[in-house]
Ligand binder design. Structure first.
Ligand SMILES: N[C@@H](CCC[C@H](N)C(=O)O)C(=O)O
Length: 269
């Protein structure tokens, strides 16, 4: 069976998008997702995105990390599918229903409400998620936020000085995080500007992470270190994150289509 795909990205966080809204595709499992995401033997991407019909929203977006795990949220992919769809829509994800709207060369996304309870992150045992009494190597006292997926955030003097390749992998799989975790290291440049590097659960270091930007901004605001709207600068570029009086997070930033192609399903199944 020949299957069409669209290669997209949000600030260099790249996706293979498969559209099963009007055509039934065979089931995607972890080995298929891994094979398609492989940068040497597949198409290559940080996340595989599958669009399907939905009963509760305009359509459903399923998200698979490069390692094949299915997850609840992806900020950058949310902007990419808004661009693809070309109109304001409600999208069902495993992390909840989000509202996306094309805007300029990208999109604006209502990412929903952040959750701070330790059970919601989730953590293995109870603690204050605003200042956690834990540490790894030179990183300590992080915060944790769930924005449809789990994030831990460390504020540091210099993001470039943190060996994220090694410490990110170590923290992602620490037993404190039973569902593993996305690891954010951030520098507060001023009350409206944050620099951020992210080690993504199931994908490693990416050029940008939309949910990481949301989690980091909200954590900085919760700690009183930032205004309620900030620019988050990632290696791939900037996102604007606002946390409204209604407790909802709004993310605005670019997204782009790179190219289209097709592949033979049996080569990857
Ligand atoms: N790149 C994404 C996040 C993708 C999922 C994440 N790695 C997880 O496992 O939760 C983004 O832009 O938010």
């Amino acid at each position: 069976m020949r299957v069409d795909f669209i290669k997209m990205h949000g600030l260099g966080n790249d996706f293979v998008v498969l559209d099963a809204r009007t055509r039934t595709l065979p089931a995607i499992d972890a080995p298929v997702a891994r094979a398609l995401a492989d940068r040497r033997t597949g198409i290559g991407c940080d996340q595989l995105i599958l669009l399907e019909p939905s009963k509760s929203a305009d359509f459903r977006m399923r998200i698979f990390n490069q390692d094949g795990t299915e997850v609840g949220a992806c900020g950058n992919a949310s902007r990419a599918v808004a661009l693809l769809h070309g109109a304001a829509v409600r999208v069902e994800t495993a992390g909840g229903v989000i509202a996306v709207e094309p805007s300029g060369t990208g999109a604006s996304v209502d990412m929903g409400e952040p959750r701070f309870d330790w059970e919601a992150i989730p953590l293995a045992y109870g603690m204050d998620t605003a200042v956690m009494p834990v540490g790894w190597e030179t990183l300590d006292q992080p915060g944790a936020v769930n924005v449809g997926n789990p994030h831990v955030i460390f504020f540091v003097e210099d993001t470039d000085a943190v060996p994220l390749e090694t410490v990110g992998a170590q923290i992602e799989t620490d037993p404190l995080f039973p569902e593993r975790v996305n690891v954010n290291v951030a520098t507060i440049l001023d009350r409206r500007h944050i620099r951020l590097h992210v080690w993504e659960r199931g994908a490693g270091i990416t050029r940008a992470c939309g949910t990481g930007a949301c989690a980091t901004a909200v954590h900085a605001m919760r700690r009183g270190l930032a205004e309620r709207e900030v620019t988050v600068t990632l290696p791939g570029g900037d996102l604007v994150i606002a946390w409204g009086e209604d407790n909802r997070i709004r993310m605005t930033g670019p997204a782009a289509e790179a190219y289209r192609g097709s592949f033979e399903w049996d080569d990857f199944a």
